[in-house]
Write a protein that binds this ligand. Structure first.
Ligand code: FE2
Length: 145
């Protein structure tokens, strides 16, 4: 594609890309610390989703004439700085909410139809679902042990 991606949209997509990368690192650390198998499997699923999002966002930016960032967001360090697994899980859930909001911000900057619009719509829905489901699941699993 020879058209350049709108700078504000490019930046909004890169913010998401950097955050998804940070999510992968944060989840990898958490997975190593969690002892319950079920909770670990749940977190692995989230981790794989974050990894996929990062790869797909990078391709989306590049394929639409943008410049994908190579950075990673500050989120993983914030999670790691917390003292307990429970606090880290709670911050992960807030992180998903933040990502859903920022995805909607990017969506508002995107053309009303096309690949970017469709991708961001699906990504916002995935994050909203993950927030709801994850919150319930984490509470259930933490109480089960
Ligand atoms: Fe995410």
């Amino acid at each position: 594609m020879d058209q350049r991606l709108d700078q504000r949209l490019n930046d909004a997509l890169n913010l998401l890309l950097e955050a998804e990368r940070a999510g992968v690192i944060a989840l990898d650390k958490l997975i190593a610390e969690v002892e319950q198998d079920e909770l670990r499997n749940f977190l692995r699923g989230s981790r794989d989703m974050e990894q996929r999002n990062a790869e797909e966002l990078e391709a989306l930016i590049r394929d639409n004439g943008g410049a994908p960032s190579s950075k990673t967001g500050p989120f993983a360090d914030k999670v790691a700085a917390l003292g307990t697994i429970r606090e880290r899980l709670a911050l992960m859930s807030h992180g998903q909410e933040w990502a859903a909001r920022k995805t909607e911000v990017a969506l508002a900057l995107a053309p009303e139809s096309g690949a970017i619009h469709d991708y961001l719509t699906a990504m916002a829905n995935r994050h909203r679902a993950e927030v709801e489901w994850g919150r319930a699941e984490v509470i259930r699993l933490m109480n089960a042990s």
